[in-house]
Design a protein. Structure first.
Length: 123
């Protein structure tokens, strides 16, 4: 019997890699991985537990406009966060807009500079 047992990575398209890195590294505090091989396009990988986020600097086929304000009503990647309140304060200090989960959980939805939605959940 076949069984899917883990999520290995989520790939997110970005238009401006330095701007995206400023958000993912400067605001969210992620550290770039050295595991990314040389490719014919710019990008960066981030190790997150057993999985990764891959930022891929390629043209996006998806429109950024007209996405729902609340990222929970859009495609999104959910990440478990320790120190959730401190991360929320970092978002506030950086002037990054977010919406709180409507379920009452300690979770928030934020968009990166390219409109990709992330759910940050207190674990």
């Amino acid at each position: 019997m076949a069984e899917i047992i883990s999520l290995l990575h989520a790939s997110l398209l970005v238009a401006d890699l330095p701007r995206a890195r400023a958000f993912y590294e400067g605001v969210l505090g992620l550290v770039a991985s050295k595991a990314r091989p040389e490719m014919n396009f710019e990008g960066v990988w981030y190790e997150i537990g057993q999985g990764q986020i891959h930022l891929i600097c390629l043209p996006s086929p998806d429109p950024v406009g007209d996405r729902p304000e609340h990222g929970g009503r859009d495609r999104h990647t959910a990440l478990g966060v320790t120190g959730w309140e401190a991360l929320k304060a970092r978002l506030d200090n950086a002037g990054v807009a977010y919406t709180l989960s409507r379920s009452g959980r300690r979770a928030l939805f934020v968009r990166d500079p390219d409109g990709n939605a992330l759910e940050l959940v207190k674990v």
